[in-house]
Write a protein that binds this ligand. Structure first.
Ligand SMILES: *[C@@H]1O[C@H](CO)[C@@H](O)[C@H](O)[C@H]1NC(C)=O
Ligand SMILES: *[C@@H]1O[C@H](CO)[C@@H](O)[C@H](O)[C@H]1NC(C)=O
Length: 397
């Protein structure tokens, strides 16, 4: 335990010896209030562990549950002029899920999983403390209606586009890779079912143009929406986007970097036909399958990812079902044979130096989690590592 943790404790102890003897009832608060040092009593080390001051219960902090104790910010309200470098947002949306719904509670579940993590702690493998480099805030959850997916997606798209087009808090060195040459904040979104990546990529493309996507998932999600002739849709009626087809739409909209510089990692889904893979290639992806972890190991997977994306700006989207259900059961469409948390951490660390313009972690459905919250804790730790990647590499040339 760091020495500084003892300091407020020492203050409390000196109080306690003065005010109490054994077997005496607790003194009512009004008898001791004059002597209480409230600053020490409510300081971060005594309340939440040895994490520094940012989660203190004080004039400028609420101690509300945010991701990794990032400052809670009313990004579209009172604090909208306050600049930041990374915004955490939640996308509480699961009405395009094909199997088990529940990812609408993912954002709060992942924050819950982050309660023992702090953005101000040192990430040892990265030798990085995120707060030394970036001002990270948590804007809370974007309201997304559950009665109309089109409207919900528009709500998220609008919020994200606004955030990513603001100016960043930190004046980074060099020139920005953004189209306008300026530095803009990055957004780490906590999903939400995977459809949310489509509106998020729209915002990213506005600022950086098409980017290479590194897609961690057990499913390819590039499926072409069917015409469903003879099905429930009327002739000519639009078939809505789902969490299995959003990448197809992203490609149609020109949001993905060209020439198959996008990659799926961890794939192990069943196919309807082999044509699914031809379609996937046309959409712009190459595939690294889950069994590559046995065949070529995390080093081989990292090498393949880096060959594919090259120097392009990168967007990371991570479906928690890329992990094995043994370590992440709380998700909508689990597939056995996935990565362990140890393996995903190694692969992510292999992405150091890539210019990560944004990221999301999706498909966490806390209702299916164990009481030990293993999925939520896994998702939170992955988010924490992604922040370290962002902190190490500014978006400059
Ligand atoms: C810019 O570069 C200087 C000199 O290397 C360094 O001290 C400073 O921390 C850099 N600023 C940022 C925001 O990285
Ligand atoms: C894509 O590949 C083609 C053919 O190899 C090449 O001519 C083109 O310049 C590439 N485009 C980009 C953006 O790299």
């Amino acid at each position: 335990m760091p020495i500084r943790s003892f300091l407020p404790l020492a203050a409390l102890l000196s109080l306690a010896t003065a005010a109490q003897t054994p077997f005496r009832p607790q003194q009512p608060a009004e008898h001791i209030s004059a002597a209480v040092n409230y600053e020490a009593l409510f300081s971060a080390p005594t309340i939440n562990g040895p994490y520094g001051a940012s989660n203190a219960f004080s004039d400028d902090s609420w101690s509300l549950m945010s991701f990794g104790y990032a400052d809670p910010l009313r990004c579209f309200g009172t604090d909208k002029e306050t600049p930041f470098d990374v915004a955490i947002i939640g996308a509480p949306f699961d009405t395009t899920t094909s199997y088990r719904p529940g990812a609408r509670f993912g954002p709060m579940g992942i924050r819950q999983g982050s309660r023992r993590m702090h953005i101000g702690s040192i990430n040892v493998p990265y030798k990085t403390r995120v707060t030394d480099h970036l001002h990270v805030v948590d804007c809370g959850d974007v309201p997304m209606t559950f009665v109309d997916n089109k409207v919900a997606i528009r709500q998220l798209e609008t919020a994200n586009a606004d955030l990513v087009q603001r100016s960043s808090a930190t004046a980074f060195n060099g020139s920005s890779i953004a189209k306008d040459g300026k530095f803009h904040p990055r957004v780490l979104t906590l999903g939400g079912d995977h459809t949310i990546t489509l509106p998020l990529l729209r915002g990213v493309a506005k600022v950086y143009g098409p980017v290479s996507v590194i897609h961690f998932d057990s499913h390819i999600d590039t499926w072409r929406p069917g015409t469903y002739e003879g099905g429930p849709w009327l002739p000519g009626e639009e078939v809505p986007v789902t969490h299995g087809s959003y990448f197809w739409y992203a490609a149609q909209e020109g949001l993905l970097a060209p020439n198959n510089t996008n990659i799926h990692v961890g794939i192990r889904n069943a196919l309807q036909t082999w044509g699914d893979y031809e379609n996937d290639y046309e959409v712009g992806f190459v595939i690294s399958h889950a069994e590559d972890i046995e065949e070529v190991g995390w080093r081989g997977i990292v090498k393949r990812i880096r060959e594919v994306v090259g120097e392009n700006p990168v967007y990371i989207t991570l479906d928690i079902d890329v992990l094995d259900p043994a370590q992440a059961p709380a998700t909508g469409t689990p597939e056995i044979g996935g990565f362990s948390t140890r393996e995903i951490k190694q692969i992510l660390k292999g992405l150091r130096g890539l210019k990560i313009v944004g990221a999301d972690i999706v498909e966490v459905a806390p209702a299916y989690d164990t009481q030990a919250e293993i999925t939520q804790i896994a998702a939170a730790n992955i988010g924490w590592d992604i922040l370290a990647l962002m902190a190490e590499t500014p978006l400059s040339d």
